[in-house]
Design a protein around this ligand. Structure first.
Ligand code: AMP
Ligand code: MG
Length: 520
């Protein structure tokens, strides 16, 4: 395989000296060498043609046995030494100690056309960080991660990417709803790619062990490799680094809010230092617009990671990162200033984002009420966020009366549309029309701008579930259909019109559609 291997991470940072693949606390080094597990009967299900091109591979080559074996862990390239990284993390608000790559194995790093990429296999067997689990992944969660990471990229949202999806031919035991009913499922491996898979937890683990030398070594490496524009590492550069991570994290979360993506498990071990969306587990899409919604059944009680709380959790996680970096700077106020900046920037950026969704070009304080009133209207009765905003693009500023009819497709329960609800909407549309009168662009221009931020096609959970159910039966066509459609989420694609629809009623309470656990 003609990958242009450079292995920056493992060349620059020392490994755990213990070569054994046994579950343990790893207190020396930044990663442990591991060999991926041999699979029984691997079968490639899909390859991201875009990542193939970016990595300068030949499309035909991806059909070879060499590629299949490499991407399922059955063979390892010469001069590469796969490894699992050590990290810690706060899970659901509590420090969890050492976590690490329990089922991700980094194969190598290679040069792509536009940037360098780390290539890793998710679900390729146990590592020293597997704790009580098996290091494997099942088909359903692998399809979800594979499709979603590519779809997020096309939505313009920073994310890790995916190169391939394969079955292992092995069975994996999982208790999907954690209710004492384990069953065998098909095992799968996704090869994921990103500039780096470093997470907040990679830094936190060293501070928690008071190993400040390792912390500094890792931060210096990160700056020199991924933030080299900030200059040579120094106290000042550490702060600039933290500031940029803060900005990137906020930017990513504002994007999530814009499209209605709910990550589901924003633990600090699932926060990328590069501000990429990472670790697609029990994520979901808002269908009915609702601040309190979370797809993750494990979080059902406290809803810590609900849609409306994602910006707060981003900040909470950044506080933990600040604590981890503090020993390198030893001045609390400077960190606090940056964190205060997050709150101010959030207010500005979220106003701008909502204004963009509404086609308002120069938002001001006065628009806050229009937006708050809209958010209230959207929650009067279950209203599909994606359909609402996309259809709103058809609004004509001289015809506010027609507004309500335009968006009628977005309501899940037409019988709940009482006169009171309708009149609240009518008031909102007339305010909206008034506001648009202050804008100079035409209806068509506004619509074109709105369509660039309000996606038409998103990977609703039920859609992923249909692809999963078919794949379980050996039919992989829908994986490709969704993959192709999600390459152009903002364009009208008449051939995919049936996917521009509300969640069907059968999916309302179905496992995998409205409810997802962390079991994967
Ligand atoms: P997550 O919440 O999925 O991001 O995972 C939290 C931690 O559990 C990470 O350290 C994962 O590597 C680990 N983990 C999750 N699933 C498995 C598994 N099946 N086998 C081994 N480790 C796992
Ligand atoms: Mg994770």
């Amino acid at each position: 395989m003609p990958f242009k291997i450079n292995n920056r991470f493992s060349k620059n940072l020392p490994a755990d000296p213990n070569p054994e693949n046994s579950r343990r606390q790893v207190t020396q080094g930044f990663y442990s060498y591991v060999t991926p597990k041999q699979t029984n009967k691997p079968k490639l299900l899909h390859v991201s043609d875009e990542m193939v091109t970016e990595l300068d591979l030949d499309q035909a080559e991806t059909q070879s046995d060499n590629f299949l074996n490499l991407m399922t862990g059955n063979s390892v390239l010469p001069e590469t030494n796969p490894y699992a990284m050590v990290y810690g993390g706060h899970q659901f608000g509590n420090w969890a100690g050492q976590l690490g790559d329990g089922r991700a194995i980094n194969l190598f790093e290679a040069e792509g056309k536009t940037q360098d990429w780390a290539v890793q296999l998710k679900g390729a067997g146990e590592t020293p960080y597997s704790r009580s689990a098996d290091g494997l992944a099942v088909l359903r969660s692998s399809i979800r991660e594979y499709l979603m990471s590519e779809a997020m990229h096309h939505l313009g949202i920073p994310t890790t990417r995916a190169l391939s999806l394969a079955l292992t031919g092995d069975s994996v035991l999982r208790d999907v709803m954690y209710d004492g009913n384990p069953a065998y499922e098909k095992g799968a491996v996704v090869s994921r790619v990103a500039e780096s898979f470093l997470r907040f937890g990679n830094y936190q683990i060293f501070t928690s062990r008071n190993d400040i030398a390792s912390l500094q070594q890792l931060v210096n490496y990160t700056i020199e490799t991924h933030f080299s524009h900030l200059g040579t590492p120094s106290k000042e550069t550490y702060l600039k680094f933290f500031e940029e991570v803060t900005q990137r994290t906020l930017t990513m979360i504002i994007h999530w809010q814009r499209v209605g993506f709910v990550h589901g498990v924003m633990n600090t071990d699932n926060m990328s230092i590069l501000g990429l969306t990472i670790d697609y587990g029990p994520y979901g899409w808002l269908e009915g617009f609702e601040w309190g919604w979370t797809p993750n059944t494990t979080d059902r009680q406290h809803k810590r990671y609900r849609y409306g709380n994602q910006p707060n959790i981003g900040l909470w996680n950044l506080y933990q990162l600040a604590n981890a970096l503090y020993p390198l700077v030893e001045e609390a106020e400077v960190f606090e200033e940056i964190l205060d900046g997050y709150k101010k920037e959030y207010a500005i950026k979220s106003l701008k984002m909502m204004a963009d969704k509404l086609g308002i070009t120069n938002p001001g304080e006065d628009d806050l009420k229009l937006i708050a009133d809209l958010e209230e209207c959207l929650q009067l009765t279950e209203t599909d966020m994606t359909i609402f905003f996309r259809k709103l693009g058809d609004f004509k500023k001289n015809d506010s009366v027609a507004g309500f009819e335009l968006i009628e497709d977005a309501f899940y329960a037409p019988n709940e549309l009482t006169e009171e609800v309708k009149s609240q909407w009518t008031v909102w549309f007339s305010e909206y029309a008034k506001r648009l009168q202050q804008e100079s662009c035409s209806d068509d221009e506004r619509q074109a701008a709105m369509n660039r931020v309000n996606p038409k096609y998103v990977l609703r959970n039920y859609m992923a579930q249909l692809a999963i159910d078919a794949a379980d039966e050996g039919d992989y066509a829908l994986i490709d259909t969704l993959y192709q459609m999600l390459k152009k989420p903002y364009e009208d694609q008449p051939e995919y019109e049936k996917w521009f629809a509300k969640r069907p009623e059968w999916a309302r309470d179905k496992v995998g559609c409205s409810m997802l656990s962390c079991s994967s």
